[in-house]
Design a protein around this ligand. Structure first.
Ligand SMILES: [Zn+2]
Length: 347
């Protein structure tokens, strides 16, 4: 190869290389073109190799020609690369920002009282009980008389309710407790009986932080041969320990009065928040009152046709809102019925 051959080779190669660069459809194709026309097998390399055989006068011209070829092809490839990259970005459009939040539909869940009710039902089913239900609109017999509360009894004034005129001869009312379900169960079923009765109950109360005209109770009734208060205490203790998931929970019973149980007791458990030392939840007494309990009055058993000489019964009951208030430190019973989602969605 002499100088003229070298210059001719570079001229032709340059024209070809520039055409190939312009024809490269994407960055990958451009990479191939660059390797071919600027790489170690390119015409520029071949001329460079030949330069040492040229005369001293020709060498500088050949070197300049190689430099001019390299920069011309290199610049063309650089410009083409920029154009291809910009076009690819434009094709992708404005883009999708995957970090933006979506439009999730708010999803509801069970009301706190329903959650507590189901949890308690599970505990009692685990203890061998069955869930019983009854009407919320009751007659006088099931709500009062069968429970040892005759018309003139003072307990009626403690359980004033809302009366309902259904046009029937008998005065109907919204039940003041779930105890009528116990009567209905004993009327319709032979002992032994082991049931829990959860449900909505009503009183003629003014709505305030601690009282509500509508609330929820759960009552437990057992009727069997040879039942004693020891069975009642043991059942309540087993229930309380599962409710608070704490085997160290202790129970306390203090004498009380209910028309339908004899003897009767108020039922309290040791405070699970302070272990009995005293705190805000237990009003610094170390004990939390849960409800009432007792042995079913023999007269109640006889009233529904169960022989009290053969069968004994125990019963206990408590408010579902009260359980929720204790467990979650809720101060106002009203919040259960306000239907304020900001409150409800916390549980
Ligand atoms: Zn406490």
């Amino acid at each position: 190869m002499n100088l003229d051959d070298a210059l001719a080779l570079l001229d032709g190669a340059r024209a070809e290389a520039e055409a190939a660069v312009a024809a490269a459809a994407d960055v990958d194709a451009l990479d191939v073109v660059e390797r071919k026309w600027l790489g170690k097998n390119s015409p520029a390399t071949a001329v460079n190799e030949a330069i040492k055989t040229f005369s001293a006068d020709d060498r500088p011209r050949a070197g300049q020609a190689v430099g001019a070829y390299r920069s011309a092809v290199g610049e063309a490839a650089g410009a083409r690369r920029e154009a291809l990259t910009a076009a690819a970005a434009a094709t992708r459009g404005p883009g999708i920002d995957l970090t933006l939040g979506g439009h999730a539909r708010p999803r509801g869940h069970l009301h706190l009282v329903t959650q507590i009710r189901r949890e308690l039902e599970d505990i009692f089913i685990g203890l061998g009980y069955r869930v019983a239900e009854g009407p919320e609109v009751e007659d006088d017999w099931h709500n009062f008389e069968a429970l040892n509360i005759p018309p003139a009894h003072p307990a009626r004034s403690m359980q004033d309710t809302i009366y309902v005129d259904l046009g029937a001869a008998e005065q109907m009312m919204l039940r003041t407790h779930t105890s009528p379900v116990q009567i209905r169960t004993m009327e319709s079923q032979e002992p032994p009986i082991y049931v829990v009765a959860p449900g909505r109950t009503y009183r003629n109360e003014t709505l305030d932080a601690r009282h509500s005209p509508a609330f929820h109770q759960m009552e437990c009734l057992a009727v069997d041969r040879g039942l004693t208060m020891a069975d009642l205490f043991g059942t309540i203790e087993a229930f309380a320990r599962r409710l608070f998931d704490d085997e160290s929970v202790r129970t306390r019973f203090r004498s009380d009065f209910f028309p339908y149980t004899e003897p009767s007791a108020e039922l309290a458990v040791s405070c699970v928040f302070c272990g009995g030392d005293g705190c805000r939840v237990c009003s610094h007494t170390g004990w939390i009152e849960l409800g009432g309990c007792g042995m079913v009055d023999p007269q109640v058993l006889a009233g529904v046709g169960i022989d009290p000489e053969e069968w004994q019964g125990f019963a206990f009951g408590f408010g579902l809102e009260r359980i929720a208030m204790i467990r979650y430190g809720i101060n106002e019973i009203r919040t259960f019925f306000d239907n304020d989602v900001r409150f409800l969605e916390q549980y």
